[in-house]
Design a protein around this ligand. Structure first.
Ligand SMILES: [Zn+2]
Length: 108
């Protein structure tokens, strides 16, 4: 029993470290993008900032586009760190507008 509890505790701490590392790197990336929406210039706090994926690389962006698992979020973050030109930092409103435009373009 003690081994199971120790393993659960280890897993919990490992997951927390991964999440904290993700949050810190994402925050750094938001700052390197200027900390404001690139469409409407509103200043963004951490939870309001969204990265819009503009350019998909055939190989490096080959992960599910809307997937929210930590492993995919880390892949997307790493791609944004290495290729910031493929992403735009947006507020929620502008991000929704970008996707409405995508949808319109797709259906028209
Ligand atoms: Zn905006």
């Amino acid at each position: 029993m003690r081994d199971i509890a120790a393993k659960q505790e280890y897993d919990r701490q490992r997951a927390r470290r991964i999440y904290e590392d993700f949050v810190a790197r994402r925050l750094q990336l938001i700052e390197s993008f200027g900390g404001a929406c690139q469409n409407c210039s509103v200043a963004l706090v951490r939870d309001e900032a969204q990265f819009h994926h503009v350019v998909y690389d055939e190989v490096e962006s080959n992960y599910p586009r809307t997937c929210k698992t930590m492993s995919v979020r880390l892949k997307r973050l790493a791609e944004a760190e290495q290729h910031p030109e493929r992403f735009k930092l947006l507020c929620v409103t502008c991000h929704n507008l970008e996707h409405e435009r995508d949808t319109n373009a797709y259906f028209n």
